[in-house]
Design a protein around this ligand. Sequence first.
Ligand SMILES: NC(=O)c1ccc[n+]([C@@H]2O[C@H](COP(=O)([O-])OP(=O)(O)OC[C@H]3O[C@@H](n4cnc5c(N)ncnc54)[C@H](OP(=O)(O)O)[C@@H]3O)[C@@H](O)[C@H]2O)c1
Length: 249
Amino acid sequence: MSRPTIAILGAGSNIGTAVASHFASLKFNVFAVSRTLHASSEGIHRLQADLIDPSQVTAIFDTIQTETGAGPHIVVYNAYGMTMNDPSAPGYPFNVPLDKFEHNYKANTLGAYVAMKEFTTLVPSLPAITSNSHPITPTFFMVGNILPWSPLGMGTTLGTGKAATAHLIMLGEKFGKTGARYYFGSEVLEDGAGVLVGPVNGKAHARFVEDLATKNIVKKEDWVENLRFFAKDGGEYEIYKGENYVWNF
Ligand SMILES: NC(=O)c1ccc[n+]([C@@H]2O[C@H](COP(=O)([O-])OP(=O)(O)OC[C@H]3O[C@@H](n4cnc5c(N)ncnc54)[C@H](OP(=O)(O)O)[C@@H]3O)[C@@H](O)[C@H]2O)c1
């Protein structure tokens, strides 16, 4: 039987590499996309593209379809763009240079939109396939944060882009007709606070995405706009069920 496929769009040294390695160990075809080509390791196909360019996003899906004969059963959109606002400059918090705002919007939202469009179009043609005997639900996972619900003055471009993409995810989940599932998933701390200091946990993201796609751990009726989870020892995770939307300084 052919293998299932995952595409990680924005695959750097942290979440991208952790998700890629995890799914390679599950015998997926793994395509890891970044602007610059990172060193490859066994079972991981590295592809170069700038996701701010819609034609390059489409080309990635074409390449994956050609190489696998199908397309990705799972897409993780991890690329992001952020320009810190200067609190001491006039116009704060609307003082990000326009070219930066536009560039960040393209990385956070436009690239994700094109990826969702390509993914959703090909889902009906995906072969039914299992991973460790679990049927795989076609899944689009947007790596999120709490900014859409808890803005920071310094995070105008990232928050705007994530908020818009959270809306696209909501559209996919509520109105999609293919049976694919769409998630905006955000790592938080145990008390619900956003992860301000230190890297987010790549292994926990990997396990979470696997369980979403193969174990139906979030049923349609339990779906929420921002699916928050916190990392535990050994790359485990737990879904956060509290109400806190805070950034701790
Ligand atoms: N939950 C939270 O509170 C929280 C906190 C921090 C971060 N995050 C989220 O975590 C994600 C990133 O985490 P990470 O640690 O994995 O970051 P990372 O290691 O820097 O990976 C990001 C990757 O995205 C790629 N990328 C960026 N723009 C791109 C573009 N235009 N085209 C193609 N690739 C592009 C980068 O490519 P290059 O390697 O070529 O530069 C890099 O490989 C982001 O979505 C961020 O918003 C969430």
